[in-house]
Design a protein around this ligand. Structure first.
Ligand code: SF4
Length: 325
């Protein structure tokens, strides 16, 4: 007997899988990549969790489907920020169901805890997700199973309902107790969660879609740097530290120039290629302001080889009107 689990890398989904594996069922842990999760050290963490509970890990990339079908027109709207959680969950379950059928698995598992997130994990929201993804009856939520209607796996006796949990609410006490019981180590996820729930990220997204069509290739650029919108509408991104400079340097997006200060150490920056000459000059000025440049001197900035001359602003406060975040 085999089950497919939606696996976020977090404690709840790890424990949910363990509760099923302990009943003699093989679990395929499917992590669905929408593009907006944090990437830092994540893969190693997920592999470590799966190894500890004995699940097989598989990453499924749905970035393109997610942008086309979920992110910009969610049937059930957004949460507090740019997060279409109900539609996103339904999409993830529909994808997991496809994998379940292809793998010959018998049911689905998720780590959701009733009432943990008041908006997206209340009873109605959980049921809506099941209806939207046609997974009603197929999805077992081991962490809260005793509080929910029995699923096919329990009705058929594949899983003993008595050995599942009845957790609800935001407290993690029972989860920590279970982690201790099974000797689970290093279970705190590294990095942040989904960027779509972040207020500043939502500001960047809202600004982006006012000016451009958002594509999969734009996702990496949204994750790093200080974001600015220039006078004629061009987008400028400036690395805030060495780590961000490194990430920006490696982004390959044909809609953007890479900017380099010549003969002067400075941040890595990117500017939309449809920028007017005035916006190129403004971008040069802004980037120079973040360097140790003197405002009475002229410097050269390369835009993928094309050169623009400029001087910095007298103060970083002059940049404020262009800053999104
Ligand atoms: S937090 Fe992000 S990944 Fe999770 S359901 Fe909401 S939109 Fe999807």
């Amino acid at each position: 007997m085999k089950a497919v689990a939606l696996f976020s890398g977090g404690l709840d989904s790890t424990l949910a899988m363990k509760l099923i594996i302990d009943q003699g069922i093989d679990v395929l842990a499917v992590n669905i990549n929408t593009g907006f999760g944090s990437t830092k050290d994540r893969l190693d963490h997920m592999q470590n969790m799966c190894d500890q509970v004995g699940a097989e890990l598989r990453i499924i990339d749905i970035q393109s489907e997610f942008l086309q079908e979920v992110l910009f027109d969610p049937k059930h709207g957004y949460g507090k920020n740019f997060n279409p959680c109900i539609d996103c969950h339904a999409k993830m379950f529909a994808v997991a169901k496809r994998i379940m059928q292809a793998e010959g698995a018998s049911f689905l598992v998720s780590g959701e805890v009733l009432g943990q997130r008041p908006m997206s994990q209340n009873k109605d929201a959980l049921q809506t997700v099941l209806n939207e993804s046609n997974c009603d009856g197929l999805l077992l939520r081991p962490m809260s199973a005793k509080l929910l209607a029995p699923t096919i796996a329990e009705q058929n006796g594949w899983v003993d309902r008595e050995k599942l949990e009845g957790i609800s609410g935001r407290s993690r006490d029972r989860q920590l107790e279970l982690a201790k019981e099974i000797g689970l180590e290093d279970f705190e996820s590294p990095g942040g969660g989904c960027l779509l729930t972040d207020e500043n990220f939502a500001k960047k997204m809202n600004d982006f879609i006012k000016h451009d069509k958002f594509e999969v290739k734009d996702i990496p650029l949204m994750k790093f740097g200080r974001h600015l919108r220039l006078s004629d509408g061009a987008k400028l991104v400036v690395g805030r530290n060495q780590e961000e400079n490194g990430y920006l340097q490696n982004i390959n997006n044909d809609k953007y120039y890479h900017l380099k200060t010549i003969g002067l150490p400075g941040p890595h920056a990117m500017l939309s290629k449809n920028a007017s000459q005035a916006d190129k000059e403004l971008a040069a000025k802004i980037v120079l302001t973040y360097c140790k440049a003197k405002d009475d001197k002229t410097y050269t900035i390369s835009f993928d080889g094309d050169e623009v001359q400029g001087s910095p602003f007298a103060s970083r406060e002059d940049i404020q009107p262009y800053t999104i975040m």
